[in-house]
Write a protein that binds this ligand. Structure first.
Ligand SMILES: Cc1ncc(C[n+]2csc(CCOP(=O)(O)OP(=O)(O)O)c2C)c(N)n1
Length: 349
């Protein structure tokens, strides 16, 4: 983080780096705030799931919040993202409303997908979130197509595809990168390399040590970054998004990070050593960001603590909202599944 104490306190920090009009100090606090909201949301969702209040299956991104927060901050509402089975953080960072997100996890009618999607298929087109995806690497082609649509309709929107290291061993990764380069599409491919694909260590499944090692094969601009340093991720994202938006073609970003929970809620994680987790807990992106903003004089410890508590209150209110929301009406079960353009009563027979 480069913000200085003087500029943050004097209010003379006119240097903006996001195109959003925020100062560097405001941006730093926004990044921290987004990470705190994601952490609070998922920590609460974990308990709700274990208590049986969330149906289906859920995967947490606890430990990986810096990637979602850092990458989404430079994006506009009209930009697109596609996500993975581990998509709560991306969806929140892109601006989906927290109460309706929580209602979606609980399968309620006020959910962002009216309770049809749940944790693993969450989407909110109104903020450009085109969907979580249960198919590993399923989002890369969708983001590439969204970028093509922006190009064909003369919009300067960009598409970001989040995916894990495991996805890079699948065909859609290679097809999407190749086509995006050939057609110079405005896509930012963001690999969250958390070292594991389910129970398989990535070093046992990938032919290259770094995902960015693949970049030269596709002549794609790329950068690798510490994915647990939200400010480093943000800097890389600013570069990548600007590159794609000005028509210079796609970008591959590799964010090296770690999931501090199991592959899914309830996973006993017998395949990894406790010491490995402990090592990564030392690099938890949230305390690291707190230390940075305090050191830079952007906020004091009490402010950071208040932000954490505010995030928890916001999430608790979202839980109350979700619990009060009715389950979807069974008579409407087949509505909203295929196209919003269908006449309202097409599926009622
Ligand atoms: C095409 C496909 N193959 C296998 C699976 C089963 N599966 C679900 S998640 C996962 C691991 C994905 O690892 P990675 O892409 O690194 O993402 P992470 O879970 O680490 O976030 C696998 C193999 C699937 N959902 N889709």
């Amino acid at each position: 983080m480069t913000t200085t104490k003087d500029s943050a306190e004097s209010g003379t920090d006119t240097e903006t780096n996001t195109g959003t009009g925020l100062s560097q100090a405001e941006t730093a606090l926004k990044l921290l705030d987004t990470m705190l909201r994601i952490r609070a949301f998922e920590t609460r969702a974990e308990r709700l799931f274990l208590d049986g209040e969330i149906p289906g299956f859920a995967h947490l991104s606890i430990g990986q919040e810096a990637v979602a927060a850092g990458v989404c901050e430079p994006l506009r509402t009209t930009d697109y993202i596609t996500s993975t089975h581990r998509g709560h953080g991306h969806t929140l960072a892109k601006g989906a409303p927290v109460p309706n997100m929580m209602a979606e996890l609980l399968g309620r009618s006020d959910g962002v997908c009216r309770g049809r999607g749940g944790s693993m298929h969450i989407a909110d087109f109104s903020v450009g979130m085109l969907g979580a995806n249960a198919i590993v690497a399923g989002g890369l082609g969708l983001a590439t197509g969204a970028a093509l649509s922006a190009r064909l309709t003369d919009r300067d929107d960009v598409a970001v595809s989040f995916f894990g290291d495991g996805a890079t061993a699948r065909g859609p990764f290679h097809e999407a990168l190749n086509l995006a380069v050939v057609w110079e599409l405005p896509v930012v491919f963001v690999c969250e390399n958390n070292g594991w694909a389910s129970t398989t260590r990535s070093s046992e499944a990938l032919a290259v040590p770094r995902i960015t090692d693949r970049a030269s094969a596709y002549r794609i601009a790329s950068r690798g970054v510490d994915g647990n340093d939200v400010f480093a991720v943000h800097d890389a994202a600013l570069w990548a998004v600007e590159h794609a938006r000005r028509g210079a073609g796609p970008v591959l970003l590799e964010c090296v990070t770690y999931r501090m929970r199991g592959h899914y809620i309830g996973d006993a994680t017998k395949y990894r050593e406790r010491a490995e987790l402990a090592e990564w807990e030392e690099r938890d992106p949230i305390p690291r960001a707190v230390t940075e903003v305090i050191k830079a004089g952007v906020a004091d410890p009490a402010t950071c603590e208040r932000m954490r508590r505010d995030a928890e209150v916001e999430i608790e209110n979202a839980v109350e909202f979700a619990r009060a929301s009715a389950p979807p009406d069974v008579a409407e079960l087949a509505r909203y599944l295929y196209s919003e353009r269908l006449p309202a009563d097409s599926w009622s027979e």
